[in-house]
Ligand binder design. Structure first.
Ligand code: FES
Length: 290
């Protein structure tokens, strides 16, 4: 699933949630705003009115029934006295109250939609921020310039060219070592070797320190625990379990050099020595063990 699909799903989910919130608010506000009564309430009111009516089942009013009872008991005719009804007259809903309810409805709907919009934007931004990009920088194919410029950079760096964006060292791979190198290095490394270049990952295979070049010995020498590697990253000493890891190099027809930092090629086993390069001067750090 790519980033676009994830963002579309997040937006769709937020829109559905917003629609649900909108619908819920509309229903609840409708009930309050129109003053509508539930069926149960209507039935209860009807039965209460029937209970309070002053009309007896025979058709006589309660006052007439009461007067007849008094006459029957006392033998004196009494005029029925009608009592005032206790029913509360119906009052139509206040139009202003209805207006307030509509305002509440629109206010809440607006706030809900704004919240849904902000939530959608935040979710999309969060997903986009976390989603790994492979469009440049370490972990992807990093352009380090034109071939001639890389060669010039190695010469001006006294044998070492550092590409910070690729976190890699690029050095010359001797043409005379190529027959051995083609037997030892994996296929992805061969285009670089055949062009006389090799790229080393700066991370020490021992415990991960950044390995610097040593201009006097013309090796790489790790300051953390003293691991040493020749100029093409093959292990010469120290506690590292293998040579420096590598990145494949690619060359365009226009002469641009690319380091594939998404493909880490495991360093050569201890004892590999395709170039036969020995230290060319004093070491920068002493190897702690060999
Ligand atoms: S991290 Fe380089 S030698 Fe230990």
């Amino acid at each position: 699933m790519n980033a676009t699909a994830v963002i579309i799903i997040a937006i769709a989910a937020a829109v559905v949630l917003g629609a649900l919130a909108f619908t819920t608010l509309a229903r609840r506000t409708d009930v309050r705003g129109a003053g509508a009564l539930s069926g149960e309430t209507v039935r209860r009111d009807a039965s209460a009115r029937a209970a309070k009516t002053d009309v007896a089942p025979s058709g006589a009013t309660a006052a007439e029934v009461e007067a007849a009872g008094v006459a029957a008991r006392t033998g004196v005719a009494v005029a029925p006295v009608e009592k005032e009804s206790s029913l509360t007259p119906w009052v139509p809903p206040d139009p202003d109250a209805l207006g307030v309810s509509r305002r509440q409805f629109f206010n809440r709907a607006t706030i809900s939609l704004m919240a849904a919009g902000i939530g959608t934007f935040s979710a999309a931004a969060f997903v986009a921020f976390l989603w790994p990009t492979k469009t440049g920088g370490f972990g992807s194919k990093v352009s380090v310039g034109r071939y001639d410029d890389v060669i010039s950079g190695i010469r001006s760096g006294n044998g070492f060219f550092y590409a910070p964006e690729a976190r890699a060292w690029i050095t010359m791979y001797p043409a005379e070592a190529l027959p051995k190198g083609e037997k030892v290095y994996e296929a992805s490394m061969l285009p670089g070797l055949q062009k006389g270049l090799i790229a080393q990952y700066q991370k020490c295979p021992h415990l991960g320190c950044r390995v610097p070049q040593c201009l006097s010995s013309q090796w790489f020498e790790c300051g953390c625990h003293g691991s040493q590697y020749n100029r093409v990253g093959e292990k010469k000493g120290g506690p590292a379990p293998r040579g420096m890891d590598h990145f494949p190099l690619a060359f365009s027809a226009a002469g641009d050099v690319t380091v594939d930092t998404g493909t880490i090629v495991r360093g050569q086993p201890i004892g590999t020595n395709t170039t036969g390069q020995e230290a060319e001067g004093p070491h920068c750090v002493g190897a702690s063990e060999h």
